[in-house]
Write a protein that binds this ligand. Structure first.
Ligand code: HEC
Ligand code: HEC
Ligand code: HEC
Ligand code: HEC
Length: 140
């Protein structure tokens, strides 16, 4: 094989590799397969898979800066999972002061649905049904 040719093959191989990386990224980071642990003071183990199997759309929890539900395909194209973190918007600078702290936004999002349920299946409502650390006041 002539050098010119082999360089072309090398380039092709490299491009192929690059393309397959991009393809994996076009699928974005995707939905986390393993349960995630939230980063606050009273962390919770959250399993995307269990919620996905209930056919809850991504946008039920992930919305944009106008509070429109983000479409599954938008989220699946996100390349850095941190973009989806709630605290990017819900922090001490958030315009609506009732939606600044983690307890409020998560309890509204998570606990409301757990009480109502999906197709007759309800989610855990007790503190330690969600929280990993033993809660000081084990009410609820
Ligand atoms: C359906 C799930 C769920 C249940 C049930 C639940 N929580 Fe939470 N709670 C969360 C999530 C998610 C967060 C955000 C966790 C984080 O900050 O990492 C949170 C946050 C909190 C925080 C604030 C932590 C922080 O970082 O500021 C407190 C305090 C709290 N919960 C107390 C309770 C108590 C007390 C109960 C029972 C009466 C309870 N939670 C029940 C999901 C739940
Ligand atoms: C029932 C609520 C809920 C649904 C439905 C949901 N998510 Fe999430 N997702 C969360 C929460 C909560 C976090 C953690 C947010 C935080 O830490 O601020 C999260 C985080 C993520 C992250 C970032 C993980 C990281 O930290 O790197 C990705 C990526 C993600 N979700 C993708 C998806 C996709 C894709 C779907 C739909 C197939 C989906 N989610 C559906 C609640 C949900
Ligand atoms: C890109 C910015 C942004 C991100 C990221 C974001 N939110 Fe929001 N959220 C908003 C806006 C804007 C509103 C509407 C505020 C209002 O109505 O005053 C809102 C409203 C809410 C509300 C109140 C309305 C309702 O649905 O009952 C909850 C709860 C909430 N967000 C939870 C979350 C959770 C949980 C996450 C992370 C999984 C998250 N948000 C991520 C911008 C964001
Ligand atoms: C739209 C409805 C809905 C929302 C929103 C929702 N859940 Fe759930 N979740 C459910 C249902 C229904 C179940 C019970 C599934 C079953 O028993 O098969 C469940 C189960 C769970 C479980 C028990 C299964 C396990 O993983 O061990 C935990 C913990 C949990 N959810 C945490 C959360 C947290 C934290 C949030 C908010 C970030 C959340 N959920 C938001 C509907 C919801």
């Amino acid at each position: 094989m002539r050098t010119g040719e082999s360089i072309i093959y090398m380039l092709l191989a490299a491009t192929g590799l690059l393309l397959s990386c991009v393809a994996a990224q076009a699928g974005g980071v995707g939905m986390p397969n393993e349960p995630i642990i939230t980063e606050g003071l009273n962390p919770v183990k959250f399993d995307h898979g269990i919620h996905r199997s209930l056919e809850i759309p991504c946008g039920e929890c992930h919305h944009d800066d106008k509070h429109n539900p983000r479409r599954d395909e938008d989220i699946l194209a996100v390349t850095d999972g941190k973009e989806l973190h709630c605290r990017n918007c819900h922090n001490k600078d958030f315009a609506n002061t009732f939606l600044q702290n983690r307890q409020d936004i998560f309890h509204i999002n998570c606990r409301t649905c757990h009480a109502v349920g999906v197709n007759g299946t309800r989610g855990p409502r007790k503190c330690n049904g969600c929280h990993i650390k033993k809660m000081e006041k084990g009410e609820g």
